[in-house]
Design a protein around this ligand. Structure first.
Ligand code: FMN
Length: 219
């Protein structure tokens, strides 16, 4: 008797998790702290994401000190505000405007977000070689997404951000991070309010997948 390979998991629930783990900004509960135990559990789960050579060179930092959050928020806004204003001018469609509005909210409120979670890698980023860069970031970023999934399943929302990276050196100094360590992503983390997340429209798999030859359709 063969067993159904799809029977091992509750696919409906898992697919819902995968499609409704959104970047949460306006629905972050700014008044409710997130316990360290919850964050550590999500980081523990994220550590099961793949990494090149199975080398555990990723690190995380939780930042909830109000002064440090405020300092990061200032730098974040210096980059985010003009970037979003420029994007708002060139991307007029409703969907883009909604994301830009939401991102602006985060720019305005980053210092109030209960926890900022910084994803780090222990060595300097390769600057030129494409393959090395892919392996480098590919060994850290899957864990960030796993963190977001694990958090969502616990009622915790997060938003992936990178604006502060233009001031990476200054923020490293603020947080005591050595110059050899690279910041790859700053997650704004808090419990979310309401649970009515819906999947975003995405191009169908058939449209973005080719079979054996560039642009050859799968079906
Ligand atoms: C590499 C990367 C960088 C991002 N940087 C930012 C950022 O600095 N600020 C922000 O508000 N959102 C940022 N985002 C979130 C995207 O805007 C978001 O994923 C996209 O709009 C799709 O929304 P969804 O994930 O909720 O479907 C980033 C996402 C990724 C993957």
């Amino acid at each position: 008797m063969t067993t159904d390979p799809r029977a091992d998991f509750d696919l409906e629930q898992i697919d819902r998790l995968l499609t409704t783990t959104k970047q949460v900004r306006q629905r972050l509960d700014l008044t409710r702290p997130v316990p360290y135990d919850e964050l550590l559990e999500c980081i523990g789960l994220a550590s099961h994401a793949p990494m090149g050579g199975n080398l555990e060179r990723n690190r995380w930092m939780i930042i909830d000190d109000p002064d440090k959050k405020a300092a990061i928020a200032t730098r974040f806004a210096e980059v985010g505000r003009p970037y979003l204003a420029m994007n708002s001018e060139v991307r007029g469609d409703d969907r883009s405007q909604r994301v830009i509005g939401s991102a602006n909210f985060l720019v305005d409120h980053l210092a109030e977000v209960p926890a900022l979670v910084l994803a780090l890698r222990l060595d300097p980023a390769p600057l030129a070689a494409q393959g090395a860069a892919a392996a480098y970031y590919g060994s850290v970023l899957p864990g960030v997404w796993s963190f977001q999934l694990a958090a969502r399943a616990r009622g915790i929302g997060s938003a992936w951000t990178t604006f502060h990276l233009e001031h990476e050196a200054e923020i490293a100094q603020l947080l005591g991070i050595p110059p050899t360590v690279t910041q790859v992503c700053l997650l704004a983390v808090g419990y979310y309010t309401g649970s009515t997340f819906t999947p975003a429209p995405r191009r169908p798999a058939e449209e973005i997948t080719f079979l054996n030859t560039w642009k050859a359709p799968v079906r």
